[in-house]
Ligand binder design. Structure first.
Ligand SMILES: [Zn+2]
Length: 224
């Protein structure tokens, strides 16, 4: 219907050089928004989208940050009233305490009339979080086992297995999963599809999963 204002907006934001994907979620009626894992170099786009839609950016959410790339999104936060929200265990050096919020498993993040549920999902990194909004899960690199493997000092296979089994696979199978970068060229998959994809690695249990992950890490390191 022409002229009708949609009350909610969901907008992937792709990094130009990195291929990483962030996500802008906006409650247009309440003029509030959050952005999840904004790709480096897309601050201007996020600001333009927020201004065009007349929404105030409330939070910048991070699923995880790697030690070698500790982007705190300071510019985006400093040019808006947004607070950075990250896991309890994440190092965020240089971020002013007043603009930093910590959240752990079970926390809820309000924006406008909407709510995001925080799911603690360590394993890809020590303090990784996932964010559940309606039927959509934003989980960073949780499902990217090949990304975990190379140089994998940060990956913790046992915790990853536990996060998948106890925290993520308990969600409805029709949940739409949006990763931090495409998995096998796909930008979204259902949880059911991803369960099936990981089944060969997970079906023999936790110890076998850990052994498999460590073997992939060794193989990747040897190939460098
Ligand atoms: Zn990662």
């Amino acid at each position: 219907m022409l002229g009708r204002v949609m009350p909610l907006q969901f907008r992937p934001i792709e990094g130009l050089q990195t291929g990483l994907i962030g996500y802008l979620l906006a409650d247009l009626a309440e003029k509030a928004a959050v952005v999840i894992d904004p790709p480096r170099g897309q601050t201007e786009l996020i600001l333009a989208l927020s201004e065009e839609r007349g929404v105030e950016l409330k939070y910048v959410l991070r699923t995880h940050v790697h030690a070698a790339d500790a982007d705190t999104c300071e510019e985006l936060c400093s040019r808006t009233s947004a607070c950075l929200l990250a896991g309890d265990e994440l190092e965020m050096a240089g971020m002013p305490a007043a603009r930093l919020r910590r959240a752990g498993h079970g926390a809820t993040i309000p924006f406008g009339a909407e709510t995001i549920d925080v799911i603690g999902s360590p394993g890809h990194t020590h303090g990784s979080l996932s964010f559940l909004w309606q039927d959509r899960l934003f989980c960073g690199d949780l499902f990217d086992l090949d990304c975990c493997a190379p140089g994998g000092g940060e990956a913790e296979p046992g915790r990853l297995f536990d996060s998948l089994v106890r925290r993520v696979f308990v969600l409805p199978e029709e949940t739409l999963v949006f990763p931090a970068h495409p998995i096998e060229a796909r930008r979204v998959a259902t949880l059911e599809e991803l369960k099936m994809r990981l089944a060969p690695m997970m079906q023999h249990g936790r110890d076998t999963f850990i052994t498999g992950m460590l073997a992939r890490r060794t193989t990747s390191a040897a190939a460098l």
